[in-house]
Design a protein around this ligand. Structure first.
Ligand SMILES: [Zn+2]
Ligand SMILES: [Zn+2]
Length: 246
């Protein structure tokens, strides 16, 4: 059950292959959508093999390629976590970061990223839904038809070996995807690897919640982490490798 990694924007995109079909996670740019299309065509795989797409949270760098993906794969379904349904129904708003947090926690990550020449144009040409800025966050919600039904209490559609883990903190709709058989975690922006050995994200709407989320994750048997940003963490023994910032 491989997880294929695509680096086509600020966030990582993952393509889970399971039982001959595929699920796309965090398609952050039109570029990521087109690379998935190219990859599946190169394997002579029918476009119907991409069954579903989802995101670890409703931020622009994780969902900006969704409308391009739905055009390329018309038979695919987009599923989001139930909290995203509250944004779309305007019952809730995407949480905002404090000004202090933008300066202290996001700026170092942007400085350490050396691929702005490719990433920024790709982001600007993609959907702007999920922009965590006042005014924009309430106006830029429109992406193609989605099913906001994912919940930790229900099985994941088309991903029978994966579980949804609720991990609020970075945002209140943050989730991770966990495969207990492969001992693998797709961690979104809850656990990052911008510094080489993994770290709990400091850029958060709620610092207390992310620490609680980390405690819940640390009970899981994890050997590999696919973070939202940075390289894959392999051969780790639990989350001891990412204890910093607790
Ligand atoms: Zn991100
Ligand atoms: Zn984020």
């Amino acid at each position: 059950m491989p997880v294929h990694v695509f680096k086509c924007g600020y966030a990582n995109t993952y393509l889970i292959e399971e039982d001959g079909s595929f699920a796309a996670i965090d398609v952050g740019t039109f570029w990521a959508a087109e690379e998935i299309y190219r990859y599946l065509r190169s394997r002579s795989t029918d476009t119907a093999s991409l069954r579903m797409a989802t995101a670890t949270h409703f931020h622009i760098d994780h969902i900006g390629g969704m409308s391009r993906l739905t055009k390329l794969f018309p038979g695919m379904k987009v599923f989001f976590y139930v909290k995203v349904g509250d944004y779309m129904a305007r019952k809730d708003k995407i949480c905002l970061f404090s000004f202090f947090s933008w300066i202290r926690d996001l700026r170092p990550a942007l400085i350490s990223c050396d691929d702005h020449g490719k990433n920024l144009p790709a982001a600007l040409k993609s959907d702007w839904a999920g922009t965590p800025i006042p005014l924009l966050r309430t106006h830029l919600l429109s992406i193609p038809e989605v099913f906001c039904t994912l919940d930790g209490d229900r099985p994941m559609p088309y991903l029978r070996n994966w579980k949804l883990i609720k991990t609020p903190g970075h945002t209140n709709d943050s989730i991770c995807l966990y495969n207990p058989i492969e001992k693998t975690l797709i961690s979104g922006d809850t656990i990052l690897n911008m510094e080489g050995s993994g770290e709990l994200n400091r850029f958060c709407c709620d610092q207390d919640s992310i620490k609680e989320s980390f405690k819940a994750l640390s009970l899981l048997n994890i050997e590999r982490i696919y973070p939202g940003h940075g390289e894959t963490l392999s051969n780790i023994e639990g989350l001891g490798a990412v204890l910093r910032y607790i």
